[in-house]
Design a protein around this ligand. Structure first.
Ligand SMILES: NC(=O)c1ccc[n+]([C@@H]2O[C@H](COP(=O)([O-])OP(=O)(O)OC[C@H]3O[C@@H](n4cnc5c(N)ncnc54)[C@H](OP(=O)(O)O)[C@@H]3O)[C@@H](O)[C@H]2O)c1
Length: 260
């Protein structure tokens, strides 16, 4: 399958980088157009993909066209591409450009799929959500499934779940970065050097995530196993509860999910 990126910004680059590192992409079969030709040239030189001079040139080459521009740019791109998308598979990662909305804007024979990746795709730890009402052929879906699994996980969900689940996976990394930065600040007050503090926090966060995934235990059970009676951890948990950390998580998701 030949893949063309329309837009080579932060998220497209994360997908490209993740897939290249995993050895998934045959970069000879990957094309891209970005309005910022300087950036595109740099990415092409780094990865070996084909840079294109227009969106139409990129789309013509492709079996699957990956729309990776900001949502408000999508209408102009679709209008410019017009019948070039006839019989293509169009993969949207643009927030709000759902399968249903995209399908309605495409030529009749084109197929549509909406996915929400996150930036950890770049390091092989992405969490990607895809709408289960996509109209891709089995071969097109196999490619997308293989691509995202090469850089993390892809889970298909009903369209109605995309907003809530996508807020967790899309915004979640930033929430965790804030918590990790704060934990590292705390470590520094104990005299831990700054870089070491970040390393300790990151490995600890990764370990906690892996424990949850690998054991499939309830997070409360895992927390209990770290909290010995009368011990230090339970005193820290008490401080977190006093600070309203649980309510803050509800509020953060609520605030972030509202305009999605
Ligand atoms: N970042 C994330 O974590 C994330 C997660 C999930 C989904 N997404 C979605 O991914 C899409 C891209 O987000 P991003 O964060 O990667 O944004 P970004 O870094 O701004 O990337 C968009 C790229 O598209 C270029 N562009 C603008 N107009 C164009 C046109 N007409 N044709 C081709 N390229 C054009 C931009 O160039 P200029 O900068 O010169 O305008 C920029 O290089 C968005 O729709 C967003 O909803 C992002």
């Amino acid at each position: 399958m030949k893949l063309s990126f329309i837009g080579m910004g932060n998220m497209a680059y994360a997908i490209l980088k993740g897939g290249c590192t995993a050895g998934f992409f045959d970069t000879n079969a990957v094309f891209a157009f970005d309005i910022n030709q300087k950036r595109l040239t740099e990415v092409a030189a780094e990865t070996g993909i084909h840079p294109c001079g227009s969106a139409a040139q990129a789309a013509e080459q492709a079996d699957i066209v990956l729309l990776a521009v900001k949502p408000h740019i999508v209408p102009a791109v679709l209008e410019e591409l017009g019948d070039t998308l006839q019989n293509k598979a169009v993969l949207s990662i643009a927030s709000g450009w759902t399968t249903q909305r995209l399908q309605a804007a495409l030529p009749a024979a084109a197929r549509a799929m909406f996915t929400l990746p996150n930036t950890p795709c770049m390091v092989g730890a992405g969490m990607v959500l895809g709408e289960d009402n996509h109209t891709f052929t089995p071969a097109e879906f196999d490619f997308v499934n293989g691509m995202f699994h090469s850089m993390g996980k892809l889970i298909l969900v009903p369209p109605a779940m995309m907003n809530g689940a996508g807020t967790v996976t899309g915004c979640g990394p930033a929430f965790f970065y804030l918590i990790m930065e704060a934990l590292a600040d705390g470590a520094v007050t104990f005299g831990v050097p700054r870089q070491m503090a970040y390393d300790l926090v990151a490995q600890t966060a990764m370990g906690a995530g892996k424990m949850l995934l690998d054991t499939q235990m309830h997070p409360g059970q895992l927390k209990d196993a770290v909290c010995s009676p009368g011990g230090t951890t339970i005193r820290g948990i008490r401080a977190l509860e006093d600070a309203g950390v649980r309510a803050a998580m509800f509020d953060a998701l609520d605030a972030a999910g509202k305009n999605a």
